[in-house]
Design a protein around this ligand. Sequence first.
Ligand SMILES: Cc1cc2nc3c(=O)[nH]c(=O)nc-3n(C[C@H](O)[C@H](O)[C@H](O)COP(=O)(O)OP(=O)(O)OC[C@H]3O[C@@H](n4cnc5c(N)ncnc54)[C@H](O)[C@@H]3O)c2cc1C
Length: 423
Amino acid sequence: MFEWSEEQLAIRDAVRRFVEEEVKPNVEELEHGETPPYEVIRKLYQTFGLDALARDSAKRAIERKAAGSESSAGASGKTSGKAAGKAAERAEGGSNAAMTLIPIIELCHYCPGIVTALGVSTGLAGGTIMKSGTPAQMERWGLDLMTLDKVGAWAITEPDSGSDALGGMKSTAVRDGDEYVLNGNKTFITNGPYADTIVFYAKLDDGSDTPLRQRPVLTFILDSGMPGLEQSKPFRKMGLHSSPTGELFLSDVRVAKDRLLGESEGKPGGNEGRESAKGNFVTERAGVAAMSLGLIEECLKLSIQYAKDRMLWERPISEFQLIQLKLAKMEIARLNVENLVFRHVEMAAAGKSLTLAEASAMKLYSAQAASEVAMEAVQLFGGNGYMSEFRVEQLARDAKVFQIYAGTDEIQVTHIARDLLSR
Ligand SMILES: Cc1cc2nc3c(=O)[nH]c(=O)nc-3n(C[C@H](O)[C@H](O)[C@H](O)COP(=O)(O)OP(=O)(O)OC[C@H]3O[C@@H](n4cnc5c(N)ncnc54)[C@H](O)[C@@H]3O)c2cc1C
């Protein structure tokens, strides 16, 4: 694949029109007002029937999971139901990849924050429940997240553990009869202030001597308003203002087993919670690459126009070779990131998945390229680039976070190296 198909281009153009009509006129409100992004995203979903598609797809996934658990619960090692389910899941995932990434790219021309709020709610919170939840949990919480009827948060980061999220995690889950009691603080949580449903990670504290770092990680599903759960107001931050980010405080939150993801602590010594968190790496990292592509495309478009319009020494600055070099480097970055995105779409369509090294390399390169392109766009715009009126200022602030969330640049390097060296 080296370009979008006719069908994909038609979808892209339709989404582009939506973004021009519904997002562009409201950028000021979304970026500098108090307007949360959820209504705009819901309108996108309704306009393109994505809510209905998501509902159908989620219902099929629930049926497959139910059939899979029945067949694996049955005797005689009949795993064909499960295997067929996995194959159908892969096929569905492949055909959805382009459909998921195209709106991400288009929305990032104006509001990368909206994409973050959307991606965390459907991809991380909803995706985790749909992947590892029981059929009942998928039905009760996953469905409404996938359709955007409800807003989700995915809470792993803590004030003292950031990049060391799993090892350094201090939030605890203590068994108490048939229930668990949860305590801990989470920070930098996208949608935290507004989430209806929260996927919450905590360490099992069973009173044993197991060092904190090695204790099993359990995943719980929480509802806003539960006694002992507090959701902060949105943080003020450098960029990404259309994505609300906040803290969560849990003080003796009591949950029954039906809120434990998969309704199981997993096998003794198993790593289900850690695997559930790591299972999001590839999707999340491919998503950031698509976001970078949208942002780079927009910076390049704005820069070309500005270079042609801005007159100095009685000629457009586009005639200066140093300006041409900036445009050329932006185009190189655009082509490279686009190729990485195409490769991911193609692989997903073939039912293949990126390795950890590939997904991390894709994210590392794309995030750095987006930051560099956006900062060079600011430079090309001169003083105007530093003014909020010219959109490259917002895009440059927004791009920086691509190098921080979903694993910092430095963490991507460690993951690439670990994967390569383990072969
Ligand atoms: C806008 C935003 C939204 C977010 N949304 C969510 C969310 O929805 N859910 C969630 O759980 N988290 C979320 N996060 C948290 C995000 O994943 C973390 O910020 C990120 O993982 C880095 O952790 P940290 O901020 O604590 O930095 P730290 O881990 O303290 O890192 C500090 C510095 O040390 C470097 N470093 C760390 N370890 C190493 C190492 N081994 N080798 C070399 N250098 C290293 C880092 O790269 C960084 O430069 C969000 C963050 C932001 C900014």
